[in-house]
Design a protein around this ligand. Structure first.
Ligand code: PMT
Length: 400
């Protein structure tokens, strides 16, 4: 995801400095080459050796060290960087940058870079609410600096409130988003994910194996690419994706009303959810007792949400998925036409590495003009970007 990216990670002196280790691990795992710059205060909290070992690069601490015979540290770091991240960023370093002070390696590198700078503040709640700090943040935002806001929590100083460093996973997401092309800026993307659950009685339900992974991957990719994203999710074990408005529902009828509530303002909608086609005709208020050798459950059809959207779609772009175990192309093609879609992702859920609950998928993309694109097995995160690419292509072709 970050293969070939050069990232400068600045670490300043705060108790959250140890969390920068986790961030560094996420960045290197994603393929980035990370060069760590530590302030003198940061080294009071954590040893440079930890960062050196994990980054496999020397840690930069000194303004007057030459990287090679010709290269001056701060200029070389500033020039090479695709992004400069400071996590944790103290009130002091933020104040310094806002005032244009460059008196150590980190602040000088910030001053000298043309790359985007992302600041992840962490401090005491009173410092965080201090009007001088707020003014500095406003000023830096006006100049294009990016921020990952801290969260509320128990702070190391004993106070409770805002000022706790954001989770490194979310800082990582912001870095990926900052480095992504914003080709979906201005789009309102609506995505459904996961299964629905249809209750039989207080302890039993009808559902399916959808984990939500495919839909969540789409939501995350759309957010990174600049869209405002709403994810309507059935019950899953996944955390709400960072930056995405996530609405949790349980039944198909709940999913329908949530989807209809958001569809009006959407420009692109992609329905990944495995919606239960049927629900029990009645829900027993008490646990159904085991009596006879056999029992019959009467089912009624659930509304077909996607088909309803197809009727209302106007100039919105609409895509669905088709989970099939046989006659993949024919069945998916029939759904594409009947539900009035621009594209359908045909998913042979019986094939290895495809469909429910795995990290990969194998699909064919079917379009209205009869074109079929056969894709090899890939990560759901990679497929998500291809699906969004095709939606954008269809939009541009329509608007041309
Ligand atoms: O969540 P994962 O574990 O990552 O798995 C991903 C997935 C297998 C669920 C996903 O890739 C997939 O194939 N989703 C579609 C599942 C499905 O319900 O397919 P379908 O052929 O039954 O439905 C066709 C389309 O109509 C789907 O877009 C579905 O969201 C929609 N639908 C279906 C029934 C219904 N009552 N209302 C609907 O809107």
């Amino acid at each position: 995801m970050l293969k070939g990216k050069e990232i400068v990670l600045g670490v300043t002196g705060g108790i959250a400095a140890y969390k920068a280790v986790e961030l560094l691990r996420l960045l290197t795992k994603a393929g980035a080459n990370v060069r760590v710059v530590m302030t003198a205060n940061a080294m009071e909290f954590i040893a440079p050796l930890t960062f050196q070992t994990l980054s496999m690069n020397p840690v930069h601490t000194d303004m007057f060290n030459l990287i090679s015979e010709r290269e001056i540290s701060h200029i070389s770091l500033a020039d090479r960087a695709d992004i400069l991240v400071i996590a944790p960023a103290t009130a002091s370093v933020i104040g310094k940058i806002a005032a244009g002070i460059a008196d150590d390696l980190l602040s000088t590198t910030v001053m000298a870079t043309r790359a985007p700078v992302l600041l992840a503040p962490a401090m005491n709640v009173n410092m965080y609410q201090n009007p001088l700090y707020r003014e500095n943040v406003e000023k830096l935002r006006r100049h294009g600096f990016l921020f990952v806001e801290p969260v509320k929590g128990m702070l190391a100083c004993g106070w409770e409130g805002e000022g706790k460093l954001q989770d490194p996973v979310f800082i990582f997401e912001e870095i990926v988003a900052a480095l992504s092309v914003k080709d979906l800026a201005g789009e309102q993307v609506l995505i459904t994910a996961g299964p629905t659950r249809e209750e039989i009685d207080p302890v039993r339900f009808l559902s399916n194996h959808s984990s939500g992974k495919m839909g969540y991957a789409l939501a995350m990719a759309a957010f990174r690419r600049g869209a405002a994203v709403t994810l309507i999710s059935g019950p899953t074990c996944l955390d709400d994706p960072y930056g995405v408005e996530t609405v949790r529902v349980v039944t198909a009828e709940e999913m329908r009303s949530a989807v209809l509530g958001y569809f009006g303002k959407s420009s692109i909608a992609i329905m990944t959810a495995a919606v239960a086609d049927y629900r029990p005709m009645t829900r027993s208020g008490e646990k159904i007792k085991k009596k006879d050798a056999t029992n019959t459950l009467q089912l009624v059809k659930n509304p077909d949400i996607l088909a309803e959207l197809g009727v209302m779609k106007e100039d919105r772009l609409l895509a669905g998925f088709a989970a099939e175990t046989d006659n993949l192309q024919e069945n998916a093609g029939e759904k594409l036409r009947r539900k009035n879609l621009d594209m359908i992702v045909a998913n042979d859920v019986s094939s290895e590495g495809a469909g429910f609950a795995v990290d990969t998928n194998v699909v064919k993309l079917l379009f209205r003009d009869g074109t079929v694109e056969d894709l090899p097995m890939m990560l759901k995160s990679e497929l998500a970007d291809i699906i969004l690419d095709r939606m954008l292509y269809l939009q541009r072709r329509r608007d041309a």
